[in-house]
Design a protein around this ligand. Structure first.
Ligand code: CA
Length: 232
């Protein structure tokens, strides 16, 4: 069985070579680029299943490249490689639609686990075939096939991660979920205590999904986590 294709974007030759060896060994089909311009060209040249994108690139930064990719395609999974360990950088990348990030230096096993997690979510998202693809909560509905999110007839535009989070809350409607649970389900692994990211994303979601409506769907359960509830 042919494995998924990954576009590697990294200017540090050593890291690029290491990634190439490991990912080839895992059976992935690879493409590579060492700067933003080449990466954009490689991205446009064919279909990829995932992009592994270094943030600090000469010329066009990884963040800028990500922004351009997202203008064309909101669904292709992107994992950022970041040298900085600041939550703001990660959040700005995630806000632009990265599915995940990993901080350098990273352990190869961890990177491989994240790649598998992101590709698994992608597969689940594309393999669901149901009669009625809509999931409902009050006047909110989400279509798993088309990824449409609609509340009271208005389209709500979500980033991939916001969408994953909403879908998870929706599929576990009325269940109180703690932050670790949400992290593991939506980000695919344990962020090593960085559950803050869950709060950040809940805030984003609320702004888009709840803020302009009478009925609140996403609720905080103090000391525990979050729950999505429709009319009680
Ligand atoms: Ca770099």
């Amino acid at each position: 069985m042919t494995k998924e294709s990954i576009l590697l974007v990294e200017d540090e030759v050593k890291i690029l070579r290491l990634l190439e060896i490991e990912l080839e060994y895992e059976g992935y089909q690879l493409g590579k680029a060492t700067n933003g311009v080449d990466a954009l060209e490689a991205y446009l040249s064919r279909q990829w299943d995932l992009i592994l994108l270094d943030v600090m690139l000469p010329g066009m930064s990884g963040i800028e490249l990500l922004r351009r990719i997202r203008l064309k395609d909101s669904f292709i999974p992107v994992i950022l490689l970041t040298a900085k360990d600041s939550i703001e950088d990660k959040v700005s990348g995630l806000d632009l639609g990265a599915n995940d990030y990993i901080t350098k230096p990273f352990r190869m096993e961890e990177l491989l686990a994240r790649i598998r997690a992101v590709l698994r979510i992608k597969q689940v998202a594309t393999s669901i075939v149901v009669e009625d693809e809509w999931l409902y909560a009050g006047d909110l509905k989400v279509n798993e096939k088309t990824r449409e999110v609609i509340r009271q007839e208005s389209d709500i535009d979500l980033t991939p991660k916001e969408y994953d989070l909403l879908l998870y809350l929706l599929k576990n409607k009325r269940q109180v979920l703690d932050r670790d649970q949400i992290l593991e389900a939506v980000w695919g692994y344990d962020y090593d205590g960085e559950t803050k990211i869950v709060d950040v994303y809940i805030r984003y979601l609320r702004k888009k999904v709840d803020a302009n409506y009478d009925q609140t769907l996403i609720h905080t359960v103090r000391g525990v986590g979050y729950v999505l509830r429709d009319a009680t």
